[in-house]
Design a protein around this ligand. Structure first.
Ligand code: N01
Length: 545
């Protein structure tokens, strides 16, 4: 970096002002690096800024997601609810941004259009939406795995005359504040029954004159069990932050649950039922993450739990035909993200709520007045698209990222991502993907895992700077072996049987399909142990120069 023209404007550019991006920017500045953050929204918040639909809330225990409080950045924070609502989480992220004083390091209302690496000087040129180009040594994405909105490809969608919006682009007023969409007296349609649809549907059903749920695939959903946190409980939680942090770091997904050491196939039917009943009634993810240890590897063990949850659905939904339609038949329990619900199934007992099975009668088109399926036309005043995201790589695909010799990232990853530790890809020196593909922070409680990863990357950049090293790129060997390990771990689980958002479905030349994981499912502790070994051995697996 001695030659003037080889000095970039910034040590690092971080894309994304969500919970991970703001912490990364803070850490880099604190470590003495010059850093610029770029954020498309007009303030921090990321997923909590964009997702403002009614019913949006955490399904991680607030206190276990709230890394900033655990780290002592905003130790005084009082969570109001066990699973905080979106407005509360957004206030929390804003408060953390104030405490870290990071807004001055961000450009808001700005997107990254292109990022090109120059092999000649090892510098990234980042083109921003206004046309300006900034340069940096390290280009870091913190774009979030679920930020690239996916609209369905339905004929006539643009002709619809009523109100319509994707769940993560809730309408705003002229000043950009989300508006309270009033469903009273309206006919509302919701397409999509993933975690988002499952949160919106019961709320919309409270006021809509008629609510039509267009379901293609039912999901296994279980009760959230939300409640207020009392002052006394909050004091106890605050005092145990150090223990909580150590505990969540010890679990596979950084949620506060450890698996039961027994196998579901080894215990009696009575013992199984007792555990399932206890977990079903407990708040949060326990039923998915603290059940029998063979839940996601044994089809037999999985079926025991699936049958239990199916019976619960039958008990909660009065109409037996509707109940059967709400029970998944195409994927094992927990092989897709389990939506956590509040009165979701009871909602279908309301007279104004109608389940439209679009597997049976597919949507043919969207008309100016509503949705037409092969069975008839539904007149609608509002259509909500809860149709999900182009997950994990989607946000990166929207940026023209080019590495050595102008190689587009999209081309390098055409058959699925290839990375080392899910952090770097050969051919793209100094480009780090936080909470990215094949990365141990993505199939994880992102509030904690993304932050831990930011700390690791900061250490690596500081290590390099201290030694005058300006280039980091994984070796082919390290990258191949990591990519193989990611696919192998995934294929050993029942996760490989479902088209969850963390899967890239690749059609092979013989017409068969292969599900390639976009995430590392080998567990957070193993991932971080591996990362620490790499760091200890002078970043073995990365070629540094
Ligand atoms: O998206 P999804 P999501 N025609 O992809 C349907 C996180 N999250 O926004 O399954 C008709 O899960 C699609 O149907 P199918 C969480 O990690 C967290 O709900 O493809 N339907 C499916 O039903 C979650 O997993 C919280 O057949 C179409 C739905 O749309 C992730 O975000 C809350 C369609 C999409 O479901 C994504 O959840 C909410 C079409 N053309 C979300 N295209 C918390 O609680 C898609 N669908 C923190």
């Amino acid at each position: 970096m001695s030659d003037e023209k080889n000095v970039p404007q910034y040590d690092a550019v971080v894309v994304g002002g969500g919970i991970t991006g703001i912490y990364q920017v803070h850490l880099l500045e604190e470590a003495g690096h010059t850093v610029l953050g770029i954020e498309a929204g007009d303030d921090v918040g990321g997923t909590w800024y964009w997702n403002r639909y009614p019913g949006c809330r955490l399904d991680t225990e607030s206190y276990a997601y709230g890394y900033f409080a655990m780290k002592g950045i905003i130790p005084e924070w009082n969570w109001e609810e066990r699973f905080a609502s979106q407005p509360e989480v957004l206030r929390y992220v804003n408060r953390a941004a104030d405490a870290m004083d990071v807004r001055r390091l961000f450009r808001f209302k700005t997107t990254v259009v292109a990022a090109h690496y120059s092999d000649a000087d090892g510098i990234w040129s980042i083109t921003l939406s206004g046309g300006e180009v900034v340069t940096c040594r390290f280009f870091i994405s913190a774009t979030g795995p679920l930020s690239a909105t996916r609209m369905p490809d339905i004929a006539g969608i643009e002709t619809y005359q009523g109100e319509s919006f994707h769940s993560s682009r809730w309408p705003t007023d002229s000043e950009g504040h989300p508006v309270n969409v009033d469903f009273s007296g309206k006919k509302v349609g919701v397409i999509g029954t993933g975690a988002t649809g499952v949160q919106i549907i019961p709320i919309a059903a409270e006021t809509a004159a008629e609510l039509f749920v267009f379901q293609r695939t039912p999901n296994w959903c279980t009760p959230l069990g939300n409640e207020k946190i009392s002052d006394r409980e909050m004091d106890l939680l605050r005092n145990s932050y150090p223990t909580t942090l150590e505990y969540v770091k010890s679990t596979d997904t950084a949620f506060p649950y450890h698996r039961d050491p027994r196998k579901g196939t080894d215990v009696s039917a009575e013992e199984r039922q007792a555990l399932f009943a206890k977990l079903y009634d407990q708040p949060g993810y326990g039923i998915w993450l603290s059940g029998f240890r063979d839940l996601l590897v044994s089809a037999e063990s999985n079926k025991y739990l699936a049958d239990f949850v199916a019976d619960k659905i039958r008990q909660r939904v009065k109409d037996p035909v509707t109940a059967e339609k709400l029970i998944p038949t195409d994927h094992p329990f927990g092989s897709k993200r389990v939506p956590m619900e509040t009165n979701y199934y009871e909602t279908y007992n309301k007279d104004n709520v109608h389940l439209v099975d679009i597997r049976e009668a597919p949507i043919q088109e969207i008309t100016p007045r509503g949705i037409r399926t092969s069975d008839g036309e539904y007149d609608l005043d509002v259509i909500i698209f809860a149709t999900g995201f182009n997950a994990v790589t989607g946000a990166l695909d929207r940026i023209d990222i080019r590495g050595k010799n102008g190689l587009p990232l999209k081309e390098a990853w055409a058959d699925g991502p290839v990375t080392f530790l899910g952090l770097q890809s050969k051919g793209f020196p100094n480009f780090f993907t936080l909470v990215g593909p094949h990365n141990g922070s993505t199939f994880c409680n992102v509030g904690v895992c993304g932050a831990l990863q930011g700390e690791w990357v900061t250490r690596m950049i500081s290590y390099m700077k201290a030694r005058g090293l300006t280039r980091s790129e994984p070796s082919e060997k390290a990258q191949d072996s990591w990519t193989e390990e990611v696919y192998r771990d995934f294929s050993r689980t029942l996760l490989a049987e479902a088209n969850a958002w963390w899967v890239k479905v690749v059609e092979k030349p013989d017409g068969s399909i292969e599900r390639r994981s976009l995430v590392h499912v080998g567990g957070g502790p193993a991932y971080r142990q591996r990362s620490e070994q790499v760091a200890y051995h002078d970043y073995n697996g990365f070629e540094l120069s």
